[in-house]
Design a protein around this ligand. Structure first.
Ligand SMILES: Cc1cc2nc3c(=O)[nH]c(=O)nc-3n(C[C@H](O)[C@H](O)[C@H](O)COP(=O)(O)O)c2cc1C
Length: 191
């Protein structure tokens, strides 16, 4: 067992959210993996006000206890799987806010993207790729896009299509590979 740690970050907090079932399914599929440990980081457990730090996160001088707790959480991981809803052709405000709070904690790590929506959340993922690139997060190619119409029953009961299982394993393999490779980049930065 490697010591790679990957956070599955659930970016919807709405009552009745579909995101919880999607993130739980990602965690369940990850149990087949032997190269990394996957943990759920649910933003509902990390309530953050609208960004309230006086200094830019890239200065590394946060002051709020909520920021310090969030920083310690994200710093623990080598890579991320962002599970995002699509709201108005983008990711959720709560996920964008949580991302904006930090800087170095994200740098030189890998990420994969999972979304769901009328078009599989594709537009949310495209925005997330641009946002996370600014934080020096390397986004892998394989993503999971769940259609509200074919991967959910009645737009609310998660029943992923058969093809999603293999795609999930490809996604895990890619994010593990890049998360492992980027460990040495971080060691070089710290030296
Ligand atoms: C504020 C809001 C905006 C939405 N905008 C879109 C959209 O632009 N495209 C889309 O495919 N679905 C859109 N939807 C539908 C969501 O993708 C769907 O409700 C999904 O279940 C939301 O994730 P959640 O249940 O985890 O909150 C929107 C839903 C909400 C609540």
């Amino acid at each position: 067992m490697s010591d790679l740690k990957i956070a599955v970050i659930l970016g919807s907090t709405r009552p009745g959210r579909n995101g919880k079932a999607v993130a739980d399914w990602v965690i369940e599929q990850s149990k087949e993996r032997s190269n990394a440990t996957y943990e759920l980081v649910d933003l509902i457990d990390h309530p953050l006000p609208h960004l309230d730090e006086a200094l830019p996160p890239s200065w590394g001088q946060c002051s709020g206890d909520h920021t310090k707790k969030w920083s310690a959480t994200i710093a623990r991981y080598d890579g991320f799987i962002f599970v995002s809803p699509e709201y108005n052709h983008s990711t959720s405000g709560v996920l964008k806010n949580a991302i904006d709070y930090l800087y170095a904690e994200w740098n030189n790590k890998a990420a994969a993207f999972v979304s769901y929506g009328a078009l599989g959340g594709a537009r949310a993922i495209e925005h997330l790729r641009a946002i996370t690139a600014e934080l020096q997060i390397a986004g892998v190619r394989q993503q999971l896009s769940f259609s509200l119409f074919s991967d959910f029953e009645n737009v609310s009961v998660f029943k992923p299509g058969a093809q999603q299982y293999e795609a999930a394993q490809t996604m895990f393999a890619q994010v593990e590979s890049w998360s492992g490779a980027l460990q040495s980049v971080r060691e070089g930065v710290a030296a």
